[in-house]
Design a protein around this ligand. Structure first.
Ligand code: URA
Length: 429
């Protein structure tokens, strides 16, 4: 289709609804170089301000999906994945992928790196010496067939439109747009050739979406596009006003993963992991209901199969789980006053990890896997003056730069905070 990009941008800017073939032609033009970055930037900004109808969002997703190859699988066990919109201490993927692989489904998980306050699954896994996250499509298929689960980075051929568009959005302040986020996430998930997808859409101080209402809107948009594209999709709306589990960082989160798979995981982390996994087992009929699915997953923890599967995945992806994963020396940050933990600035906790070198502000930054935090309190806990609130794994010079940030991020008040539910809503179109 011959198009005039400026005309399409103007139509979006003026609030008209774009036709699916206009959207497809625009994305094709961008991918093959006929539409330059400045016109794609203008289009992103128009979408950012005008939004998109569900049909436009679905068309954008399909156009981006069509920009690259799709993983295809021979008939066999159902293929499933979980996607989180990102948070602090979120190591659910590391625990869930091997558990699911023990329960009659396969998990071709394409994950991302941390950027800003939220951690990234690939960085966590790379704290395991030798672990490869740059598998080719042939290698992904090999690991999946051998182990039943694989966690790796996006390949060059999967959704190239997203790779370029995301980088452009990052520098043009157009990331926080629900249709653009939806198309970005769902095009990548649809490219995995899945039978079912569960989305963990987080809200709160440590999440991309700060309010529950914004997260609900995103969850509905993601689930609608998945379902319209023929992918069984369920989203859980979950609270990210405090870190998930105790550990936040890279090597320390792998340590907590190992503990969780050995039956010693903290209750919030396990509740969410099992809930997300149960959705996938029910959607693919690997279990007939949520209770049965949860029991199935729990059994794989109790009998050690989940841990064995994780160790196998690490081995096949060339990692050495027995090699030391250095953790920096520990110092506790203590409460200045007595009271109750009323609130946490979870984003500031995540940013403290980045400042210590455990994350990145820019995609090219190197990550220090040894730094991190261990949360010693949760919202609602009573504390006394001098009680340790958070254990910081850092070298002394890094510690000085974050100590006051950490102290301020954990707010102590005179009254107990009302209890918060971790899983707030289930969204299934
Ligand atoms: N994660 C993605 O993959 N894409 C977005 O646009 C935002 C978060």
């Amino acid at each position: 289709m011959q198009i005039n990009p400026a005309h399409i941008i103007a139509r979006k800017r003026d609030g008209f609804v774009l036709e699916p073939d206009e959207i497809a032609a625009f994305i094709n033009g961008y991918v093959d170089g006929r539409i330059p970055d400045y016109q794609m930037s203008a289009m992103s900004m128009a979408i950012y301000f005008r939004g998109m109808t569900p049909l436009e969002t679905a068309s954008l997703t399909q156009a981006m999906l069509a920009s690259g190859s799709r993983l295809t699988w021979p008939r066999g066990l159902p293929k499933v994945d979980k996607h989180s919109t990102g948070g602090v201490g979120d190591k659910v993927s590391l625990i869930l992928a091997p558990l699911l692989a023990c329960c009659g489904v396969q998990v071709p998980m394409i994950s991302g790196r941390g950027l800003g306050a939220t951690g990234g699954t690939l960085d966590k896994l790379e704290s395991i010496p030798g672990f490869r996250t740059d598998l080719t499509e042939t290698e992904i298929a090999h690991v999946l067939n051998t182990v039943g689960c694989v966690i790796t980075g996006q390949t060059a051929n999967l959704v190239p439109a997203d790779k370029w568009l995301y980088a452009l959005r990052d520098v043009t302040a157009t990331v926080a747009s629900i249709p653009l986020i939806t198309a970005s996430i769902m095009s990548k998930k649809l490219a995995e050739g899945l039978d079912a997808l569960v989305l963990d859409v987080k809200f709160g101080s440590g999440a991309f979406m700060k309010t529950e209402a914004q997260a609900r809107e995103l969850a509905q948009s993601l689930a609608a596009v998945g379902t319209q594209s023929g992918l069984r999709t369920v989203a859980l709306l979950t609270d990210m006003n405090q870190p998930l589990g105790r550990m936040c960082g890279n090597a320390v989160e792998v340590d907590e993963t190992v503990q969780a798979l050995q039956g010693k995981g903290p209750s919030d982390l396990m509740e969410l992991t099992l809930a997300l996994g149960a959705e996938l087992l029910v959607m693919t009929h690997a279990a007939s209901n949520t209770l049965e699915a949860t029991q199935q997953l729990q059994r794989c923890i109790d009998n050690g199969a989940g841990y064995e599967k994780f160790a196998e995945m690490v081995r096949v992806q060339v990692g050495d789980l027995d090699a030391p994963r250095p953790v920096a020396s520990a110092t506790d940050v203590v409460a200045q006053t007595a009271g109750y933990i009323t609130r946490m600035d979870c984003e500031a906790l995540g940013q403290a990890i980045v400042i210590m070198g455990g994350g990145r502000w820019q995609v090219t930054d190197r990550v220090d896997f040894s730094v991190g935090l261990e949360m010693l309190v949760r919202i609602g806990d009573a504390v006394t003056a001098g009680q340790p609130l958070v254990r910081v794994f850092a070298n002394p010079s890094q510690l000085d730069r974050v100590q006051s940030t950490l102290r301020d991020a954990i707010v102590i008040g005179p009254e107990p905070a009302p209890p918060q539910r971790l899983i707030v809503e289930r969204i299934a179109p």
